[in-house]
Design a protein around this ligand. Sequence first.
Ligand SMILES: NC(=O)c1ccc[n+]([C@@H]2O[C@H](COP(=O)([O-])OP(=O)(O)OC[C@H]3O[C@@H](n4cnc5c(N)ncnc54)[C@H](O)[C@@H]3O)[C@@H](O)[C@H]2O)c1
Length: 269
Amino acid sequence: MRRFLTNTAQSNPRSAIVTGAGRGIGRAIALRLAQDGFDICVNDLDKNVEDVNSVVKEIQLLGRSGVAFCGDVSSMASVEEMIATSVTALGPLNVMVANAGIAQVGWPMDITEANMRKLFEVNVFGVVNSNIAAGQQFIKQGTKGKILNAASGVSFKADALLPMYSASKAAVRSLTQSFATELGRHGITVNGYAPGIVQSAMWKHIDAELGKINGLPQGENFNSFTKNIALRRTSVPEDAAKLVSYLAGPDSDYVTGQTILVDGGLVFS
Ligand SMILES: NC(=O)c1ccc[n+]([C@@H]2O[C@H](COP(=O)([O-])OP(=O)(O)OC[C@H]3O[C@@H](n4cnc5c(N)ncnc54)[C@H](O)[C@@H]3O)[C@@H](O)[C@H]2O)c1
């Protein structure tokens, strides 16, 4: 009889790194992958060390191993140190989730050079660093691996005031295809997950900044999307974590180079 290998049915120890996992979508992914049987390296910025340590504790309560690594993904040296820390503590790496990201709100003509550089350093260089360093680690190990990148839905209406953020996430989609093309010969898959309008600290910030421009009270910009979402609800971090669980597991072995929307039907691709 043929059987499907479910995530939880795997007995071999597996490890994953999740960047930007101190809160929000990254935290939900880290906890979901721990439930799936992965040991997890939890990354976030130094200033969020308490959040990182608390996610590590939650992972340990789920019966898995967790290790904290505070560092900035826009630095290649930091990403390499993160992988070394994870491998030393948890063994060979199986999955890299390049989730860390930042958002900026405002008209394209108003963006400063410094803000544009910062956005691309985290959202684009952070992904490039994580993909290259994880790819090198998988090749060195001689194992297949999975790389997942946080993208976003493009061309929905918020793009009007998140244009540079959307540009950085469009780059992530393209980079996902590029890395998938090169790493495929090693059996390494590279995919993107594109959440919709997710309740997180990032959206609180976006909502407040949009409110300064269009005068809507806190929460109203966020809620205004509901009517355009087919499922008529905004998203919670666990929605994205469910897709990442599939993309990190064996059922997605023949999927690569794709960026998959998980937005309740806000954008149709
Ligand atoms: N919230 C949404 O609606 C939404 C929609 C589409 C895509 N996304 C993407 O999903 C990812 C997670 O979003 P979220 O809503 O959980 O955001 P969030 O702001 O709540 O969490 C992001 C985490 O990344 C960390 N981070 C930022 N810069 C970092 C760096 N240089 N190095 C390491 N960590 C860093 C932050 O400290 C934070 O803890 C992001 O890439 C975001 O762009 C979010």
